[in-house]
Design a protein around this ligand. Structure first.
Ligand code: SF4
Length: 459
C-alpha cells in the first residue's frame, strides 16, 4: 500500500490534537469505566440468581447482563467499524488497568513466547468455546470468571512487562485480533505523512505508544488504539478521514499475517458462527439425542449425569439449568466440528481464488480480508441475538427485527463482494479469471447468509 498523504479535515485533526492535550480527561474516563465495569462483573456474582419475573430495571444481575452482553459488546463491535480501535485506547478498562500496572510494575523485557502472533487466534477460540460451555452470557459467576480472569491476567502481564505499555492488548487479548481486523474498515485513522516525518528538523521527545507501534511506519489502523498521544508528532501524524475500503481493497499478502487470516476464516466466520447457532440447531439436537439413546441402550449413564462443577460446565440446579457431560461434549463437538468445516470451506475457496488470480503479492490472506464486512455483520447479528431475547423477556418486541437482520446481512454481503471486486479488478486479469476469483468470495458469503437464514427464518 502507498504511504498515506495527510489531508484531514481540520476538525478531525483538531480532535486528535485535543485528545493528546487532554490526556487527563481520557484517563478519568478510563477509571470511571473501570469502576463501573468492576461493579457490574463482581456484585452480580455475589447475589442470588434473579427470581422468576425479575426485570432488567429492578434486578442488578439482569441489568448487568443486559449492559454487558446486550449493549456493551455489540456496541464495541460496531464502534470498531466507525472509529477504529478508539474503544481500546479511550475506554477499555482492561487496557487501562494493564497499562497502569505496567507503569508501576517490574518493566521486564517482553519474552519471545509472548510475541508469538498466534495467541489472539488461540485465545479467541478458547474463550469462545469455554464461554459457551459455562454459559457466560447467562450467569454472573461465569461472566466474572471469564471477564475478571482476563482482567487479572491483563494486569499481571502489565505488571511484569513494560514500561507503561499494553503488552496484553498487543499480543494476548482474546479479542485484539478481531478488533484489529474490524478496525481495517474504519473511516477514521491516525495517518502518518512519511515525507513530513523525515523532513522534520527538530527531534521531539518520542511518543509512548502503549500498544508498541512503530509510528513512523504505521500504515494500518489495525493495531492503533487511537489514543491520540501521537497526534501532531513531528507535524506528521494527524487524525484523518479515509475511505473505509482503502486498507482492504488495496491489501497485498504482506499486509495481512497468516494468524490474522486464520482468525478471520476459522475463528470469526467458523467457530464464532457455530457458537452463536448451536442452541438453535436441529442438527445439534438430533446428534445429541442419537448419542443419548445409544448410551441408554448400552446401559452407560455416566455421560448423562450433570455432576460437573459450574466452572467447567453450566451447573445451576436452582435455575433448572445444568449441563450433562454429554451436553458439554456435544457443544464442544458441534462448535469445533461446524467451525472447522465452515472455516475449511472458506479457506479452500480463498486458496482457489488466489490461484485463479495468479498475481504476485496476492494470496489467500489478502483475498480473505474482503470477508471482514461479512464477519463483522455475522458477529454483530450473533451478539444482538441476546439483546433481542432479553428485551423480549421484558415484553419489548421489535416486529422489524427480521428485516433489520436481513438488511444487515445483505449489506455485509454486498460490501464484501464490492471489496472482492476492487481487489480482483486491480489484478488486471482476463475476465474469466477475475470472475472465478470473485466467485470464490461469493460462495463463502452465500454459505454464511444461508447459515443465518436457517437460524432466523427456518427453525
Ligand atoms: S499510534 Fe500509538 S500513540 Fe498513536 S494514536 Fe495509535 S496507539 Fe496512540
Amino acid at each position: 500500500m502507498a504511504h498515506s498523504k495527510v489531508s484531514s479535515p481540520p476538525l478531525l485533526a483538531r480532535l486528535g490534537d485535543a485528545m493528546r492535550r487532554h490526556r487527563r480527561i481520557i484517563v478519568s474516563v478510563q477509571w470511571t469505566v473501570a469502576l463501573v465495569y468492576g461493579i457490574l462483573i463482581v456484585v452480580p456474582a455475589l447475589l442470588p440468581l434473579p427470581p422468576r419475573g425479575a426485570a432488567i430495571l429492578t434486578n442488578l444481575t439482569l441489568f448487568a447482563q443486559f449492559v454487558f452482553w446486550g449493549i456493551w459488546w455489540p456496541g464495541v463491535i460496531a464502534s470498531m467499524l466507525l472509529f477504529g480501535r478508539a474503544w481500546c485506547g479511550l475506554f477499555c478498562p482492561e487496557g487501562a488497568l494493564s497499562e497502569f500496572a505496567s507503569r508501576h510494575g517490574l518493566q521486564k523485557r517482553i519474552p519471545r513466547m509472548i510475541r508469538w502472533p498466534g495467541w489472539p487466534f488461540v485465545a479467541f477460540v478458547l474463550t469462545t468455546v469455554y464461554g459457551q460451555l459455562i454459559s457466560v452470557y447467562e450467569y454472573p459467576k461465569a461472566a466474572l470468571l471469564i471477564l475478571g480472569g482476563s482482567t487479572i491476567a491483563a494486569m499481571a502481564i502489565g505488571f511484569l512487562y513494560g514500561p507503561g505499555k499494553r503488552v496484553w492488548c498487543r499480543y494476548l487479548c482474546p479479542v485484539s485480533g478481531v478488533f484489529g481486523l474490524l478496525a481495517r474498515l474504519s473511516p477514521v485513522h491516525f495517518a502518518v505523512d512519511r515525507k513530513v516525518w523525515d523532513s522534520c528538523a527538530t527531534r521531539p521527545i518520542a511518543v509512548n505508544c502503549a500498544p508498541l507501534i512503530d509510528i513512523k511506519h504505521m500504515q494500518s489502523a489495525s493495531q492503533c488504539h487511537a489514543c491520540g498521544r501521537c497526534s501532531g508528532h513531528r507535524d506528521a501524524v494527524r487524525l484523518a478521514a479515509r475511505s473505509p475500503n482503502r486498507e482492504i481493497a488495496g491489501a497485498f499478502s504482506e499486509n495481512v499475517s497468516t494468524p490474522e487470516g486464520l482468525l478471520l476464516v476459522y475463528g470469526m466466520l467458523g467457530i464464532a458462527l457455530a457458537a452463536f447457532q448451536w442452541t438453535a440447531s436441529p442438527l445439534f439436537v438430533r446428534m445429541k439425542q442419537a448419542v443419548a439413546e445409544w448410551l441408554i441402550a448400552h446401559d452407560s449413564f455416566f455421560l448423562l449425569q450433570d455432576s460437573a462443577p459450574w466452572w467447567l460446565l453450566t451447573h445451576y440446579p436452582e435455575a433448572g439449568d445444568s449441563f450433562t457431560w454429554l451436553d458439554g461434549a456435544s457443544i464442544l463437538g458441534y462448535i469445533l466440528g461446524i467451525g472447522l468445516a465452515l472455516g475449511g470451506l472458506i479457506h479452500v475457496c480463498m486458496l482457489m481464488g488466489a490461484r485463479f488470480a495468479k498475481t504476485p503479492r496476492f494470496d489467500w490472506k489478502s483475498l480473505a480480508l474482503t470477508l471482514v464486512p461479512m464477519a463483522a455483520t455475522s458477529l454483530f447479528i450473533g451478539l444482538t441475538m441476546l439483546t433481542v431475547t432479553l428485551l423480549r423477556s421484558e415484553g419489548i418486541v421489535f416486529a422489524w427485527m427480521p428485516y433489520a437482520r436481513a438488511s444487515l446481512l445483505s449489506g455485509g454481503t454486498l460490501w464484501s463482494m464490492w471489496l472482492a471486486f476492487r481487489q480482483v479488478a486491480a489484478t488486471r486479469n482476463p475476465i474469466w479469471r477475475s470472475c472465478l476469483t470473485w466467485l470464490c468470495v461469493a460462495l463463502p458469503c452465500a454459505v454464511i447468509d444461508a447459515a443465518w437464514y436457517l437460524v432466523f427464518f427456518v427453525r
